[in-house]
Write a protein that binds this ligand. Structure first.
Ligand code: ARG
Length: 459
């Protein structure tokens, strides 16, 4: 038998393989709530504009409430023969209320219906990402506040570079996740237009009120062009690309946590709640959550790439290719939300090891730049010459097997006669970080200013 929704011109039903490749109900049932919200808004508008009767609209609304409660209670029998969530809901509505159900699809197509549902779904994810990012930023702020003046090595090339503070390092991630947050918000503002009423592609001859449905669904306005409204998925791609960048940041922080929690570093201890053990090695405490977060970028960026490829050659307007948008976005959204929540928990629970950080901060001649700067400031050497002299002092310390502050004044004066004992003031790591007072620098006063700015921003 042919399809009850569109089978009028068909003599035969679909092949089993056709049904299998065509059906999306296994996954798009996740948009049930959005589908029903869209249908309620549409039915109310059809009644307000006199396109259907008030009593039909009432029956539709009540029926849709029942359908949603059946779905939410897990009592709904989804059917692959009915392809997708849109036709599953409508078919059940017909069983429940009879003839008025057939009026719901007046002045509407599945093309504007799915575009509307999917926008609503993605909009919810942008809001969820927003909340997840705010929670993570707060967790980082707490860490930053606790260790605003704790010294640690700053690295370039993963080689010791200059001392920084723990708070400064945490606040670097706050800035990154803060931009992720603003990308989510920007994407939300841009995507928040209603496709509903675009119908199949050309609009409709019925006197619909697109402003009314847009308002009812929380959109700021109806999408301006019906062809565009049903045939672009850039809103989903923007979410995926913002999610990809965010996942990249999460992955970098994860990588640092993996390194920092190793026995060689001991910069942080992750909590038992966010670690796992080994089935053979009794001593092990592994940073699995960090590793899994680090890996999630693969799925998320993969989804971004996959949807780009799906969309890139499609002529306007709708093509069934676009049904392939949803699984990618669903999987990426699930991965991102889980990664954000796991990172939030890990950061909240972890404890930085102040002593290990401080010990490491002084290793590797990390105050060599401070020494070179001192040679510029006190004996008045040009920076290039100061750099050279400092290099010679580092080589000497390396030969002696000691750190820069351990060299004797006599040793130093043998390298450059302009050095006096005030040089030792700048060789300590505390002094080094305290002196980095430039805007955005690592000095604890600057770090505390950054923290205060973010606290104010988040309210
Ligand atoms: N399940 C379809 C999708 O996700 C709904 C739209 C179907 N429209 C159509 N003209 N066949 O894209």
């Amino acid at each position: 038998t042919s399809n009850q929704m569109w089978g009028g011109r068909f003599a035969a039903g679909p092949d089993a393989i056709m049904e299998k490749i065509n059906a999306s109900i296994d996954y798009d049932q996740r948009m049930a709530a959005q589908d029903i919200a869209g249908s309620k808004a549409h039915a109310a508008m059809l009644a307000a504009t006199g396109i259907i009767s008030d009593s039909d609209a009432d029956a539709i609304r009540e029926g849709l409430v029942t359908v949603l409660s059946e779905i939410e209670a897990g009592r709904f029998a989804f059917s692959a023969a009915l392809e997708d969530i849109h036709m599953n809901v409508e078919a059940r509505l017909r069983e429940l209320i009879g003839e008025p159900a057939g009026r719901l699809h007046t002045a509407r197509s599945r093309n504007d219906q799915v575009a509307t549902d999917f926008r609503l779904w993605v909009r919810d994810q942008l809001d969820a990402a927003d909340a997840g990012l705010v929670a993570l930023i707060r967790a980082l702020l707490t860490q930053a506040e606790a260790g605003a003046d704790w010294v640690m090595p700053g690295f370039t090339h993963l080689q010791v570079a200059q001392p920084v503070t723990w708070g400064h390092h945490m606040m670097a991630y706050v800035e990154m996740f803060g931009r992720d947050l603003s990308r989510m918000r920007d994407a939300r503002a841009r995507m928040n237009e209603s496709p509903l009423g675009a119908a199949a592609l050309a609009g409709t001859s019925f006197p619909i009120d697109r402003d009314m449905t847009a308002r009812a669904l929380g959109f700021v306005r109806p999408a301006a062009n019906s062809l565009d409204a049903v045939s672009d998925r850039d809103f989903a791609l923007e979410f995926l690309s913002a999610a990809s960048i965010c996942a990249m940041h999460l992955s970098r922080l994860s990588e640092e946590l993996v390194i920092w929690s190793s026995a060689q570093f001991r910069f942080v201890a992750l909590s038992d709640r966010f670690s796992t053990g080994s089935s053979i090695m009794p001593q092990k405490k592994n940073p699995d959550a960090a590793e899994l977060i680090r890996a999630k970028i693969g799925r998320i960026f993969g989804a971004n790439t996959a949807l780009m490829m799906v969309m890139k050659g499609l002529p306007l307007a709708y093509s069934k290719d676009m049904q392939e948008d949803k699984e990618q976005v669903f999987d990426a959204a699930d991965s991102l939300m889980l990664a954000l929540a796991a990172m939030d928990g890990m950061v909240r629970d972890m404890s930085a090891n102040r002593e290990s950080l401080a010990t490491a901060a002084g290793a590797g001649f990390s105050t060599a730049t401070d020494l070179a700067d001192w040679l510029v400031r006190v004996p008045g050497l040009p920076f290039r010459e100061a750099h050279h002299v400092t290099g010679a002092l580092v080589a000497l310390a390396e030969k002696r097997g000691c750190d820069l502050p351990d060299l004797s004044l006599a040793d130093m004066r043998a390298v450059h006669g302009g050095i006096d004992d005030t040089v030792f003031e700048v060789l300590g790591v505390e002094n080094s970080v305290n002196s980095r007072l430039s805007y955005g620098g690592t000095a604890p006063v600057r770090v505390r200013e950054q923290i205060a700015r973010w606290r104010e921003r988040l309210g």
